[in-house]
Design a protein around this ligand. Structure first.
Ligand code: BGC
Length: 440
């Protein structure tokens, strides 16, 4: 779908043509120009609260947020529904598309350019540079950024850790020690699902810990066959297998909310997940720094593995443009950024945000992200590192290795290398998907 449409509608001028060609007009239900249907995947209790806050703030400005939430952690379902709806000529006016997906949709000329809003609001003066890159396509702003999540976040149960005299593990070696002590005390060391994206999220944490952001990029952004064959990839794969040993018996394909619930019930000592889990822990009555602690995942204390949430607007029916532009403007305001992220668990995309409005976990995330590209790593799982097809194939490969104990790290490395060679062949001469942390 993308290839064909991209070829026909390359360039920004193609917006209307592309929208008309596939009938990407807004749904009939959203007839009023100030009604904007918003497709997103914020469906857990805490995510719902954060989305409701956005809807309420829009209502104050006479924008009617018509909710189209599609369940599925990491946007699994939402991505598929969005493609189906666009092809069926029923595109929502606003949609959560993040990372490299922004470039994929913008390449087809389907996204509304928000250059006027960004220029009038002087976005460049306060956005982190990585965020500026992320929302631009061919020098046009095509998305409004909402918040930054830190994917390399470790949560630990403070009562259990105090009882066993444990400190939050800063290295994977220390993690092993903590896991042994928790296991000996009859507690599951780590809450973890075997759902593909959640396994791959753990793997990207391991790669970052093993190698730092530069090698991480070689593997997931450049998708270099040499990086796939590198001993650092082997080490991360072997560590993934070792961690499976710590969760054995409690491994099934649970949605992320259930994994958080297991940790909240005190049935696991640790949890590694993006900081949206923090908001869900609040929902479950857990208080940060009292009931649980937040730290960086082992070995990643100096790094920020990020997923940035963004809303893009579909071009196609220009009657909605004033409301779409107004929404984009409002999403960036300091108050909305602070309030939304306090409910959502992430941090503002603004360099001038007020750290006093952040909890200890958010403050650490925001200040490390502020150190710039050298410490940042774009999350593969959350579409920050590669196009959708490559991402899906890598996640599937890591998942297959994780599930099959007979599979050797070397086999997984060979298979990843073969995939990367294929991606490289495919992308040669094919304009289109760009990486979000591409340098301009
Ligand atoms: C999004 C978060 C969301 C999480 C779980 C991530 O891709 O960035 O906003 O809470 O997925 O679904």
């Amino acid at each position: 779908m993308f290839g064909l449409l991209a070829a026909v509608c390359a360039g920004n001028g193609g917006a209307l043509a592309a929208a008309q060609m596939i009938g990407a007009a807004p749904s009939a239900a959203a007839a009023s120009p100030s009604t904007l249907q918003v497709l997103h995947w914020w469906t857990s209790a805490s995510e719902r609260k954060a989305a409701d806050l956005l809807a309420a703030r829009m209502a104050e400005e006479r924008i009617d947020w018509q909710d189209a939430a599609i369940p599925g952690g990491a946007g699994l379902g939402a991505g598929k529904v969005l493609k189906g709806r666009v092809l069926a000529g029923d595109a929502p006016e606003v949609t959560q598309i993040i990372g490299v997906s922004i470039a994929e949709w913008a390449d087809m000329g389907l996204l509304l350019e928000l250059d006027n809003v960004a220029a009038a609001g002087n976005w460049n003066s306060f956005l982190f540079p990585t965020i500026q890159n992320l929302i631009q396509h061919r020098k046009h702003v095509v998305a409004a950024p909402l918040g930054i999540h830190r994917v390399n976040t470790l949560y630990y149960n403070r009562a259990l850790f105090a009882q066993l005299k444990l400190a939050p593990p800063q290295t994977w070696h220390e993690f092993e020690t903590a896991a042994q002590r928790l296991r000996a005390a009859g507690v599951q060391p780590l809450a973890q699902s075997s759902e593909a994206w959640q396994v791959a999220a753990l793997f990207e944490n391991l790669v970052l810990a093993e190698s730092g952001p530069e090698f991480y990029r070689q593997l997931f952004v450049q998708r270099s066959p040499a990086a796939a064959a590198d001993p650092r990839t082997a080490n991360a794969l072997q560590r993934l297998r070792a961690i499976k040993g710590w969760v054995r018996g409690q491994l099934d394909e649970r949605p992320w909310t259930e994994v958080v619930a297991q940790f909240a019930r005190g049935q696991a000592g640790m949890l590694i997940m993006g900081d949206w889990a923090k908001a869900e822990l609040t929902e479950r009555g857990m208080a940060l720094d009292q009931d649980y602690g937040c730290a960086a995942a082992p070995g990643t204390g100096n790094y920020h593995l990020y997923s940035v949430d963004t809303l893009a607007m579909f071009a196609g029916d220009y009657r909605h443009m004033p409301a779409q532009e107004k929404m984009a403007r409002l999403l960036l305001t300091p108050a909305l950024q602070a309030d939304f992220n306090a409910l959502k668990g992430g941090v503002p995309v603004r360099r001038d945000a007020d750290p006093a409005r952040m909890d200890s976990c958010a403050r650490a995330s925001w200040s490390i992200f502020g150190k710039g590209a050298a410490v940042q790593a774009p999350s593969l799982v959350h579409r920050m590192a590669s196009d959708e097809a490559s991402r899906d194939a890598i996640i599937a490969e890591v998942h297959r290795y994780f599930l099959d104990d007979r599979a050797q790290a070397a086999d997984a490395q060979r298979r990843l290398g073969a995939l990367f060679r294929l991606f490289n062949l495919r992308s040669q001469g094919a304009p289109g998907a760009q990486d979000t942390d591409r340098r301009r």
